[in-house]
Design a protein around this ligand. Sequence first.
Ligand SMILES: N[C@@H](CCC[C@H](N)C(=O)O)C(=O)O
Length: 289
Amino acid sequence: MRLKFTKMHGLGNDFMVVDGVTQNVELQESLIEQWADRNFGIGFDQLLLVEPPSRPDRDFRYRIFNADGSEVENCGNGARCFARFVLDNKLIDSPLIRVETAGGDLELNVQPDGQVTVNMGRPRLRPEKIPFNATERANLYPLVVDGQTLQISAVSMGNPHSVLKVDSVAQAPVATLGPLIESHSDFPQRVNAGFMEIVDRNNIRLRVFERGVGETLACGTGACAAVVAGILNGWLDHKVAVELPGGSVVIEWPGDGNVMMTGPAASVFEGYIDTHQSYSLGRSEGVSV
Ligand SMILES: N[C@@H](CCC[C@H](N)C(=O)O)C(=O)O
């Protein structure tokens, strides 16, 4: 079967976006992993699938798959791309879009200048909701990683996040600590590992080692989680510009209630892929002589 897709990105966090409203889509974990490959496939951090809603008060169902093929609950940069995708492809004619995700409901608003504001819902802070192994809720938790005790915050934005405050994101050991935190046994569903540098009370820098992907150029839910963690710890005010390697988003949180995220979304190209063709990742193939 020939599947039409659009390649999009939000601050360099890139996506294969598939319309499952007008197309019949059957996905397998192994196929997603092959398509995500940057050398042997299309190349992306997440695949986003647009589906009809299961409830009358929603316009769409929005499903997210990491590059390793695993289905996850939420994706903030993806939500902004999702909004532009359904509007640009005339799947909806209103810039106000209500979607259901596996991590909860979101409201998306495409602004006249093309920026997208997303109501990301309430952060979940109780350890069992993240999920995180701790007996009671705290703003900082000790996490033993590779023999050292880190002080991390744990926040769910539908999906799980750990946030570690560092002096400099440029110097932060994202490549070494990231995978150890991602698969730490205290996070039973693994975790997205954020490294946050506080610039001042309204500006932070952030790098995120994403669950199921590795370090990405930006993570929208990671930006929300970092700002929530920074506000709860008394380090930040309620409106914060988050500078990620791929660009900036603005996060607002009054200290309770819903988190709002505003940032860009861009289309790169459209393409078709044959879902029945077997794509080889090539790594295990040798040439016999
Ligand atoms: N890039 C995303 C988050 C995607 C999902 C994440 N890797 C997970 O496993 O929870 C974002 O912009 O939020």
